[in-house]
Design a protein around this ligand. Structure first.
Ligand code: ZN
Length: 186
């Protein structure tokens, strides 16, 4: 089992390799067989945006069995997302949880535009709007949305308990869709 710091180091190195175009994650048949037989032991939970320009495994040069990924438009934190995080943290023992926002996020732009949205998209954007109150521009709103997500995750008693025990760390991070670089906030 890895520590939160070790998991963060692996993510950082993976992202450096991605930025440099150096290598890919392990998606070999051997790796697939190994994880199918011996189970999964991912080193990080990543909540990311569904944006097609944010391919989470690629960004970290991760392969099969490496990352427990949750995605939705705007990387918002809802009930099912929290349930997935609690499962991975508690039952799989994943030591690091990253809320990964990104620049040029369409969900954030929609929320900032103030234009009404119908259906479930409206529900999702209401959540983003609550997160970005007071933001003066898109970049600031993206940052606020990441912080809001981290704050909401920490309200989970299951997550809070694991963090206090030192078994889990919850951090924010931001992905630049142009440079490919991930900036970790802690
Ligand atoms: Zn987005």
């Amino acid at each position: 089992m890895k520590t939160p710091q070790q998991a963060k180091t692996i993510l950082c190195e993976g992202n450096n390799n991605f930025v440099a175009g150096l290598k890919n994650g392990n998606i070999s048949i051997d790796r697939r067989t190994d994880t199918a037989v011996n189970g999964q032991h991912p080193y990080a939970i990543i909540l990311a945006c569904s944006d097609s320009r944010v391919p989470v495994e690629h960004i970290f040069c991760a392969g099969v069995g490496d990352l427990f990924v949750i995605r939705n438009a705007g990387n918002v934190v809802g009930d099912f997302d929290l349930g997935s995080m609690e499962y991975a943290a508690e039952h799989l023992g994943v030591p690091l949880l990253v809320v990964l926002g990104h620049n040029k996020c369409g969900a954030i732009a929609s929320a900032l535009s103030g234009e009404p949205a119908e259906g479930w998209l409206g529900v999702l954007l209401d959540e983003v709007k609550a997160a970005v109150v007071g933001a003066e521009n898109a970049a600031e709103a993206e940052d606020l949305n990441i912080r809001y997500g981290v704050g909401k995750i920490m309200q989970s008693p299951v997550i809070d308990h694991l963090v206090k025990q030192g078994k889990l760390e919850v951090i924010g991070a931001k992905y630049d869709i142009i440079s490919g670089k991930v900036e970790f906030w802690d």
